[in-house]
Design a protein around this ligand. Sequence first.
Ligand SMILES: *Cc1c(COP(=O)(O)O)cnc(C)c1O
Length: 376
Amino acid sequence: MEFIDLKQQYRRVQDQVEQRVLRAMRSGQYIMGDEVFTLERRLADFAGVKHCICCSNGTDALSIALMALGIGEGDAVFVPSFTFFATAEVAALRGATPVFVDIDPDTYNIDAADLRRKIDRATQAGGLTPRAVIPVDLFGLPADYDAVEAVAQEYGLFVVEDAAQGFGGVYHGKRGGSFGACAAASFFPAKPLGCYGDGGAVFTDDDALAETMRSIRVHGKGSGKYDNVRIGLNARLDTVQAAVLHCKLDIFEDEIVSRHRIAQMYTRMLRDVVITPKVPQGCESVYAQYTIRLKDHQTREHVMRELKARGIPSFVYYPKPMHLQSAFRSYGCQAGECPVSELASDTVLSLPMHPYLTEEETAFIAQAVRRAVLDA
Ligand SMILES: *Cc1c(COP(=O)(O)O)cnc(C)c1O
């Protein structure tokens, strides 16, 4: 059994992908060919925003966003501590200071009340200028944008959505990828919408910001390739990856329906023995991960071992919160600063999740979890 079965998905789209990739190869436009621009239109429509700028990966998408917003030295960038490293890494890479914010124990997303506390502390003790917050749509569930945007507005912060896992999620009628000044998505193969290599995109409704981000994507280009008006990146998307994404986007809505069905089945079978994902009213998760929480660390380790013995893969996303990463030691973070993130790292477990899990497989996994928990 696979944790995310990309080979099974490939069999479904194989004919379309192979034809389209071959056409891209034969076109001779290997980087930023027409397929990229038609894909940008489709992705922008899907997210419900004006502009989509495709790029090399999700991390570069976040970097492009921070660069376009002019974030750098002396600035504080607020990020949830419970996330993938890249969310905080990009702030540090720009010379800004990542400030770690705790999460909500129900949704695992950034806690707006703690955001307010961390802004006050960074301003008073840290002497930093609060400039941006990067809420993450963790495990596919959009962050609480009403709450985050209220705080951001009060303190004059830019909101940059990290939609690497949340593209395909919904928050009060708006789709993941449509929040904040701009949003970053990743098309890494294992994400809900993935290509066959690295890929990413930034989204925005702001014409001027879109223009700046398009420039940053290609070495800060101005009117032409050899007119450079700012420092940028080489962060373009390959035509072949755009061709793949066109085919994957064709089946994405249908796959989201399957993800919901599988998640509902897991939840029905597990909610009396473990903490199952909570999706607030008016929201939809795209279930980039289906993540349960056990009552303590030993139970989590026991469940993982029992699943492994039955040939069921499971993973811990994420075993170490950002404020405890040695790469960020120089920012002076300490254990106890984000207690909910620490608890989550100790007790969460992600189960196999992809649109091609059968009902039998889902039931088999859920039964194995039940048995492991009940005899722990
Ligand atoms: C995957 C991921 C990224 C980075 O995306 P890449 O395409 O791998 O660079 C950033 N943030 C989060 C939350 C992610 O899950």
